[in-house]
Write a protein that binds this ligand. Sequence first.
Ligand SMILES: Nc1ncnc2c1ncn2[C@@H]1O[C@H](COP(=O)(O)OP(=O)(O)OP(=O)(O)O)[C@@H](O)[C@H]1O
Ligand SMILES: O=P(O)(O)OC[C@H]1O[C@H](OP(=O)(O)OP(=O)(O)O)[C@H](O)[C@@H]1O
Length: 473
Amino acid sequence: MASGITKLVVGHPFDTVKVRLQTSSAAEGRFKGPLDCLVKTVRLEGPLALYRGCTPPLVGIMDWVITNNAFPELVFCFWGSYDIFVRNLKRYGLSDGSVSFLAGGLSATVFWMGSYPTDLVKNTYMTQPDVHPRRYPTATCVMKHIYQTAGLQGFYRGFLPSFLRAFPTNAAAVFMFETTMHLDNRLLFAVPKKGRLYEQCMQLLQGSDIHFNRRSRQDIALSTNLPVALIFLPAADIPKYVAEGNVDLGITGQDMVEENEVKDKITQLMELGFGQCRLCVQVPVSGSSQTLESLCGKRIVTSFDAFARKVFEPLDAKFGKKTTINYVSGSVEAACALGLADGIIDLVESGETMRAAGLHDIHTLMTTESVLIGNKNSQHQDLITKLTSRIRGVITASKYVLCTFNVERQHLPEAVKITPGRQGPTISSLDSHEGWVSVSAMIEKKRKGDIMDALSDVGATDILVMGFTNCRV
Ligand SMILES: Nc1ncnc2c1ncn2[C@@H]1O[C@H](COP(=O)(O)OP(=O)(O)OP(=O)(O)O)[C@@H](O)[C@H]1O
Ligand SMILES: O=P(O)(O)OC[C@H]1O[C@H](OP(=O)(O)OP(=O)(O)O)[C@H](O)[C@@H]1O
């Protein structure tokens, strides 16, 4: 009750201003803005005009709802029906995300079906012309008028646009609300949302059996089989989030960790074996500056501005010059051709982009690859260990294959030298061939051709090589 009265006293003037602004067209030019509307209303009609719509002797529950601006009370319709929709949609085996999305949209429809007539009556009452006697002395008169002129359907005039807007916006809002509420107690795992590392990260998550459904453009996805939430972020921002404990785990490049200057604040859990490249100082092939020292005092363009400052500040101090460092977020190689830079600092993998821009590298600042990094104080250390072990299994599986063959026992020592395995090969006797054994051992994928040749040379037969997708070794 107290909250209703407070809402009425404090909130109703705002509502009056809002509705008047909404219903006065720009062409009319009645009000220049909210303050102008407030001042004009008070000056021309007196302060009580701000409370029009809340004091008339309205009767019945509809009037109470209207005069107390009690739409929030109708919110129970929303969440009440939401529960019912959720329960029913779950029966169709839809994912949690789809259920929240659809139930949110459907509940918004229910909410609007219930509240739309009162909204229409309230708006009509509050925006009636400032003439005396009033066309509608009470909200009940508005209701009577609508009913007499258009029947019951008159209370739903203009409903379609409201519905069309309400379904998707509420579906998305509820979906995000539910997702965010479910982040509690989950390990937050940041992965690049696009760019060079994206595809391999997705394969890594899939290989590690971290299941999730991600809608297009959605930046948070809950795992469906682990207490993990995947947070899709730019690779450049991930080190900072991990260092500050906003997320527990992340995948990014070592170059990004350096650039964010957070190496001491994170734990590098594992090198992932992809995203390998070099961070290089590059200059035009025929440019006048061909050394780091000669670039001192000139213009450098880069996405790695912190790195660039670390390189050039000592040189500037030594030579008494001031190197200009300008940040760009991509296509750095274009800067020299555009006359914006004398040199750049950017990544080189194959060197194709660099050469296509007429540049060559004169200095390698660091070699880099993608890494799994963790927050030092995460509350989810057990889960971090588990995920790290799964990911290590996928990486190992991508580097090794399983080699099996049969060999005469007398040649076993030579064969074992060729395939020692990670901790010794598995050897079992062959019941069907007296004096023969079957051997299986993990071998490096990139050496499999040489190994098979060598095994043949020592008399091994039935040599098979098989890939596997995950392992714990
Ligand atoms: N050519 C490359 N080869 C290998 N790894 C690369 C290459 N370019 C970038 N990387 C690695 O990928 C990380 C992210 O780089 P990327 O250019 O994809 O980031 P982004 O700026 O977020 O994406 P985008 O370029 O789509 O805006 C880099 O920090 C680096 O570690
Ligand atoms: O040596 P290369 O094999 O040619 O690779 C190097 C390029 O790859 C990266 O850019 P990316 O293609 O990711 O786009 P970006 O410039 O927009 O960051 C990097 O910034 C280089 O431009």
